[in-house]
Design a protein around this ligand. Structure first.
Ligand code: F0G
Length: 371
């Protein structure tokens, strides 16, 4: 979905040269020295990564106290979500190992991304989804990319249990975020944030489902910190939908519910890792209601011109909820994980805007416009 490569300021010259080159080469080539790849790894890429970090002045003003808020708009990746960062790595490594088929459980975005990268690598892509709970755009993608789609009368957690067992017993590689290469690819988003800001933010607000992305971001910040590219680490602020908030409640949710279907997960596979990230970063997990998520979703579009999917808006909803606790003058990055076009139904439902129908006549149109 990205049309123009975004050229960010880099903290180190080697990346500066690569990023200012006319053609972005994808995140594996750009961050090769930080990733577990070798010359023997066939790089499967759709030129993912290099997504913009955008200032959001209206939201900054809502937070107040001179806080500067940015969004990391990862919905501009090739299949419209951050999953592409992990998938370029997972599929490249699967190809290196000679895999002929991959499988994932998914609330939608992983399935679209896995399908695109697997098909590009000439592999079969099996995706297991909770029947009736995948946004239309994501389903459309998986269909057209040629995935073999299996819908179950169950939720994501049940699907993940089955695909894990399948990958243990049959020749199919699991590409959910329990695959360590996924997290390796996804950590590059943290590199890009630091490259763009020339520092780490004070808070990193992020929606949490299976808790892979929060883990990956933390890995990225820690690696850059060790390399000396940032002199501090952010507080990792994870947000879950109130009806699907196992990490906030401290217990598995057997029947997770939320309008943000992407994060409708009751038993995150990366639970332990996410708790470790919270502790190490002195961060927190908090819940946001569906109403708060949808309000942030609407504000992002109507006030900032940024269309993300509902789950992504949980990061902004969370920041707005906790705004009194942000330090004055802080820098906050909210991760927008998926593109709004993924879920047109939610947009149409939430909007109180209406299409005005009119006859094709100049005077009538002008009058309707209030002129
Ligand atoms: N935002 C979006 C748009 C997502 O699709 C997901 C996860 C998350 C946030 C949460 O990320 O799982 O790493 O904590 N979607 C997965 C999927 C579960 O199947 O597409 P996480």
């Amino acid at each position: 979905m990205r049309t123009q490569p975004f050229i960010s300021q880099s903290t180190h010259p080697e990346l500066m040269i690569q990023k200012s080159a006319a053609q972005w080469k994808g995140l594996i080539e750009t961050y090769r020295s930080y990733l577990p790849v070798s010359n023997a790894t066939p790089v499967v890429t759709l030129l993912e990564g290099n997504t913009p970090l955008i200032q959001v002045p209206y939201i900054s003003k809502l937070v107040g106290k001179g806080v500067q808020v940015f969004v990391k708009y990862d919905g501009l990746n090739p299949t419209g979500s951050f999953k592409d960062r992990g998938m370029t790595m997972a599929i490249s490594k699967a190809a290196e190992a000679g895999a002929k088929a991959v499988i994932c459980a998914s609330t939608g975005n992983t399935s679209a991304s896995a399908a695109a990268y697997a098909r590009r690598a000439g592999m079969r892509a099996f995706v297991m989804i909770p029947d009736g709970y995948v946004a239309l755009g994501k389903l459309a993608q998986a269909l057209l990319y040629g995935a073999e789609i299996i819908a179950i009368d169950g939720n994501f957690d049940e699907a993940l249990r089955i695909v894990r067992q399948l990958s243990e017993n049959y020749p199919v590689t699991l590409v959910n975020s329990v695959n360590p290469y996924r997290l390796e690819g996804q950590k590059t988003a943290a590199f890009e944030v630091v490259d763009a800001l020339n520092k780490a933010p004070d808070w990193l607000c992020i929606p949490v489902g299976n808790a892979g992305n929060i883990t990956a971001y933390w890995m990225g910040f820690c690696e850059y910190h060790q390399q000396g590219y940032c002199d501090r680490l952010p507080k990792m602020m994870g947000f879950q939908a109130a009806g699907s908030a196992p990490l906030v409640m401290g217990k598995q949710i057997h029947h997770p519910e939320t309008v943000a279907t992407a994060i409708r997960i009751g038993n995150p596979a990366n639970w332990e890792k996410a708790l470790a990230v919270k502790d190490a970063s002195q961060g927190e997990f908090n819940a946001v209601t569906d109403e708060e998520i949808l309000e942030a979703y609407r504000i992002l579009a109507a006030e900032e011109g940024i269309f993300c999917e509902p789950a992504s808006a949980a990061s902004v909803a969370g920041l707005l909820k906790l705004k009194d606790r942000v330090s004055s003058g802080a820098t906050v990055v909210c991760v927008l994980t998926g593109n709004g076009l993924k879920d047109p139904d939610s947009a149409i439902k939430v909007s109180d805007n209406a299409v005005k129908s009119v006859i094709p006549d100049l005077a009538t149109v002008a009058e309707l416009m209030g002129f």
